[in-house]
Write a protein that binds this ligand. Structure first.
Ligand code: ZN
Length: 226
């Protein structure tokens, strides 16, 4: 940790994965605070595709974010197994399961806590995350109830007035595309972000659950946009 980061003027830290949702969060944070006051943090946690980190860098550079830190959570593979971390597992939704086998247990809890520690170091109180409960895949740590509890836990843990900002919480994917359009970021987000579980940027492989959800929202938005 460089000492210069301590008095940074940073107001918000964006949890940035390089995907559609977190890119939209970065755009909103910059709009609210100015790029010079926004930092981002990207996690390596053994995900299949290092491409995620590359796309996070592209997003951070596009929005001119003041700081972008990449952090490793290398233990994740040692304590859980899922299709996002294990390339030998086929991505899908097991019969009777509430969410696809790409769920990484507790991921957002780890990410938000680490982002919070970083934010406090920078003197920032806001943490932006692109979680959404509207169109979501059934991941429990994308819900508003979880975010409220996590915020309270972090305030208690660090005695710091954290605010976890979730601008996409109740937006469908189609509404997210509309918002990207309103912000003038539709083309950038469509072409330069990576949502696909198979690591293909832009419109992706078209087959994995993440691509299908993204494409469905995109079709809906383009239909209404005319
Ligand atoms: Zn895909």
């Amino acid at each position: 940790m460089r000492r210069t980061e301590k008095k940074s003027g940073i107001k918000a830290v964006v949890v940035l994965s390089g995907g559609q949702d977190s890119a939209l969060c970065a755009a909103l944070a910059v709009r609210r605070h100015g790029a010079e006051s926004v930092a981002a943090v990207t996690f390596r946690y053994g995900q299949r595709h290092a491409a995620e980190v590359r796309h996070a860098r592209i997003v951070a550079a596009h929005f001119g974010l003041a700081l972008h830190k990449t952090v490793s959570l290398p233990f994740y593979k040692d304590i859980t197994a899922n299709a996002l971390l294990d390339p030998s597992m086929k991505i899908g939704r097991p019969k009777g399961a509430s969410c696809p086998n790409t769920v990484v247990e507790g991921r957002n809890a780890f990410f938000l806590l680490a982002a919070g520690v970083y934010a406090k170091t920078l003197g920032a109180t806001e943490i932006y995350t692109g979680v959404s409960q509207a169109d979501y895949s059934g991941y429990p740590d994308c819900r508003a109830a979880f975010v409220r509890a996590q915020e309270r836990m972090m305030r208690l843990a660090m005695e710091w007035p954290f605010k976890i900002v979730t601008p996409l919480m109740d937006l469908t994917k189609a509404q997210e595309w509309a918002l990207a359009g309103k912000l003038g970021e539709f083309d950038f987000i469509r072409k330069k972000t990576l949502t696909c579980y198979n690591g293909i940027p832009g419109d992706g492989c078209g087959k994995c659950p993440a691509c299908r959800l993204r494409a469905r929202g995109l079709r809906e938005y383009l239909r209404t946009r005319g």
